[in-house]
Structure formats: C-alpha cells, structure tokens
Design a binder for this molecule. Structure first.
Ligand code: ATP
Ligand code: MN
Length: 464
C-alpha cells in the first residue's frame, strides 16, 4: 500500500478507507484489550492515533512498540472515539522497522530542557519543539527565495573560501592544508607559499563584496549561504557558523534599501503566519504567549526610521531620567544590544531602522554623507533580538573609496578587483545582510540561537 503522510491522513474526509502511515512512536498507552499509539512522521506537529487491538496485532510485536520506535501501520481510517483528534487508524497490520530500547532511548518523557536537548541534537528533531522550529526554518528559506525570485532578483553564489580579508582578520577562520604548522619567513611573518592556495585563505564572513560585483552586472542579486565568524562571543545571538541572506541592488539608494529590507522581513513573517499556523500556535502556547501577536503587529505596522544621532539623544535622555545601561552612551560609540533593545522595546514599541552612523564604527565600503562624519548605514533593530539586519548604500566614488581603503591599511593586492567596480561603470548601489538565524529567533520565539539551527557551532562546541 502507498504511504500517506500523516499531515495528509489527518485531513482526509473519507472514512473506512485503508491507509498506510509510517513514523516514530511518541507515546504508547496500553490497556489489556487495546493499545493507543501516538505516531508522528515529521510532516506535521500533530500525531495520528493508532489503535491496536490485541488479537489483531500480535502481542510480542506490540510489546516492542515503545516510545521512539519506527513503525509502519496499515489500517482503516475511522472517526476517533477519543477526545483531541478527529480521526484515528484501526491497525490491521504493523511492521516494526526499528525498536528503541526504553532503558536507553533519551527522549522518554516530555519536558526535557532545551539545554539537555542540545546535547542530543541528533535526536531533538523528534520533539514537538524542534520539529516546529525546523519546519519553520524550511518555510522561511523557501519564502526568502520566493520573495527575491518574484521580484526579479538572481540567486548568486559567492565563495565560501576567500583570500580577501577585508572585514577584520581577527574574526576569520583560516583554511589551510599545511600540516606542520605555519612556516616562518626570514622576517618572522608566516609564509603561505606552500599552502594550498599559495596565500592565506579563510572562511568567508560575508558574500557582500563579491555580491556587489554581481549587482553591477545582473542588476539585482541575493546570496543565501553559510558565513563564519571566529569572534569569541558566547551570546544567545551569535554563532560561529550562520546563514546570511545578502541582497545587493544596482541603482538603489539608501531609502529604497530600507524599504526593501522592511518589505522583505514583513513578507517572511507573513509567510510564516500563513503557512505554519500549527507550528506557530505550538510555540506560542509553550514558549512565548505573545509570539503570534508580536508577529502580526510587526508584519503590519511601519518600522520607525531615525538617525543614529537621534537615537543617541533618546538614549541620553533615558539616562538623564534614571535609566541604567551597562555600557556608556555617547555620540561615536557602537550601540550594544541593550541600547538597541531600549529603542525598540521601551521607546518606540516597534522595529526601528537606524541610519547615518559615524563612519568610524562602520565598514570601509559605506557611502560617506555630505557631513564627512557619517555614512549611509542602516541597521534594522528588532524586539528581543537587537540588530537583525545590517546594510548600507555603498561608496561608489573611486577616489573616496580608495582614500578610505588606504586610511585603513587594506592591502591593494586583496581589494583591486573590488575597486575595479568603481573604475568601470560605477553606479549607486545598496544592499544589506540578514542573519537567517536571527530572523528565526524572532519568528519562533526561541531565546537562544543554538535552538534554531540544527547543529550549532559556537566557541568550544562543534559536536555532531
Ligand atoms: P552584531 O553587532 O550583532 O555582532 P554585526 O554588526 O557583526 O552583528 P553584520 O556584519 O552587520 O553583523 O552582519 C549582518 C547580519 O548578520 C547581522 O545583522 C546579524 O543578523 C547577522 N549576524 C552577524 N553576526 C552573527 C553571528 N555571529 N551569528 C549569527 N548571526 C549573525
Ligand atoms: Mn551590523
């Protein structure tokens, strides 16, 4: 018999038909005459109830069907006698694919802590929570491709191994095949002559610079791939390996960039609301009672837009009124998450797009404003998350950009190709980066970024 996914079987209107379902046993309650099996196959958060009557199904076989076992059930779809479900399956035949020893299978009871589940990341997808999170992860990835595809953006693949080191060396992971450690040259520096690429290579921290070259050829592109940062920040919002989406658009100025970011995030959130109602309902009921309400309000209301300078003034006012921050606030400082969250959660009660940051705290490629002090940066700040998007209009002026590159001591041998885009057919252009896991944190209501990626990589942790 052809297998029916449980998500489909639960929707069937017919009764009395034969079906086959396959899945993993969540619970088994047994009476002497009948036993009830809650079966889940990952296609939905809902289980289907299988009723196995002693006499129909062999006793020995029934005994081996414990929590975690994988079984195939043939049976008749009937109206459920019990509460909590519309249909159930009266089993006529069961095959056990794989048993799960009750003494050692770790997912016995409900209510394991998220910390414990991280230690069994290879099995946690079988819980309601992680089933919901990973299904949402899929649906949001799909929504991202759909959003850009529908708007004529091209999905562009930027390299994961890169020899350019423009965003700050300290944060990069080195890629090498040298076994004996690094060879020293005469002056004590490291020689990469014998290394695989003949020069120092790293894992990428961002596909943006290559993405810009593509925007200036294809018009509008986006990347969606893994990025790597060796920053030693053990926070609930940082991973060493995370996925980033980076659209880059020729002819867009900062205002259009902001609008794109706002439309994009709202589209993703609305997509989740429309396509994952059951998973969101579960997360709402078990983790975050305001989740769905928060998603609906963010999908609907306009984001607040204000300048960094205005943001600093609001924070200074808060301090004057007695509000305490851990880190100091002054014009020129990089905002920390507590500052960002104050603006969003305490002051505006809405996502905020902060623009025109001091050039010193932003990357070299951002377009300098007429004041000579600020750049056309835009960070999108979200409730519970802080920064979810960082972006900017790019400096397209060759002289200004090369002056900044010299000022910061970025070697010409690494950056010549990027500068070429400003020598040949330069155009105004803008883009941004969205951290996929930060979006997932927001949409799922989870509090720790380790719980929205299947196998998190963080300092001192690369298990599985
Ligand atoms: P933060 O200040 O929060 O560390 P950032 O300014 O270093 O972030 P960007 O370089 O602007 O980050 O990267 C773009 C986006 O990528 C961020 O807005 C964020 O959503 C995401 N991001 C950055 N670093 C991480 C990380 N270590 N783990 C997960 N997501 C990240
Ligand atoms: Mn940023």
């Amino acid at each position: 018999m052809k297998r029916t996914k449980i998500v489909e079987a639960l929707k069937y209107a017919e009764r009395g038909i034969e079906v086959n379902v396959k899945g993993w046993v969540r619970t088994r309650r047994g009476g002497k005459q009948v036993c009830f099996i809650a079966l889940n196959d990952g296609s939905t958060i809902h289980n289907i109830q299988v009723v196995a009557a002693v006499g129909q199904i062999e006793d020995e076989l029934l005994k081996s069907i414990t929590t975690g076992a994988c079984i195939s059930v043939d049976g008749i779809l009937v109206d459920s006698q019990g509460q909590g479900q519309q249909v159930e399956i009266q089993a006529t035949h069961i095959t056990v694919y794989g048993t799960a020893d009750p003494d050692t299978y770790p997912l016995q009871k409900k209510g394991h802590s998220l910390e414990f589940l991280r230690e069994i990341a290879h099995l946690r997808g079988r819980t309601n929570t992680f089933g919901a999170v990973f299904r949402l992860r899929h649906h949001l990835a799909f929504a991202i491709h759909k959003f850009f595809h529908d708007r004529g953006f091209f999905y562009f693949h930027t390299p994961i191994i890169t020899a350019s080191d423009c965003e700050g060396a300290g944060q990069m992971f080195r890629v090498t095949t040298l076994e004996q450690g690094m060879e020293q040259t005469g002056d004590g520096t490291i020689s990469f002559d014998n290394d695989f690429f003949g020069k120092q290579a790293n894992l990428t921290v961002s596909g943006q610079l290559e993405g810009e070259t593509a925007a200036l050829a294809l018009g509008a592109i986006y990347t969606f791939g893994p990025t790597f940062r060796a920053e030693n920040s053990n926070t609930p919002r940082h991973l060493a390996e995370f996925w980033m989406i980076e659209p880059e658009v020729a002819f867009n100025e900062i205002e259009e960039n902001m609008q794109l970011a706002e439309d994009f995030i709202k589209y993703c959130i609305q997509w989740a609301l429309d396509n994952c109602p059951d998973d969101l309902r579960f997360l709402n009921d078990h983790y975050d009672a305001e989740l769905i309400e928060r998603l609906q309000s963010v999908a609907k209301d306009d984001f607040v837009r204000l300048s960094y300078t205005e943001g600093i003034a609001i924070l200074e006012q808060a301090i004057a009124h007695g509000y305490k921050f851990e880190f100091p606030v002054f014009w020129g400082t990089d905002l920390s998450a507590e500052h960002e969250r104050y603006l969003v959660e305490e002051h505006f009660h809405s996502p905020v797009i902060l623009t025109n940051y001091p050039k010193e705290i932003k990357a070299f490629y951002m377009k300098l404003n007429e004041d000579g002090k600020t750049v056309r940066a835009m960070d999108v700040l979200f409730p519970k998350i802080g920064e979810i998007i960082g972006g900017s209009q790019r400096e397209e002026n060759y002289d200004k950009l090369s002056a900044r590159i010299r000022e910061l001591g970025i070697p010409a041998k690494d950056i010549w190709w990027y500068l070429d885009t400003r020598r040949f057919g330069a155009a105004p252009h803008s883009g941004f980066g969205l951290g996929f896991e930060r979006l997932l944190l927001f949409v799922t209501g989870m509090n720790n970024i380790r719980d929205v990626i299947p196998f998190p990589r963080t300092p001192r942790n690369a298990d599985f």
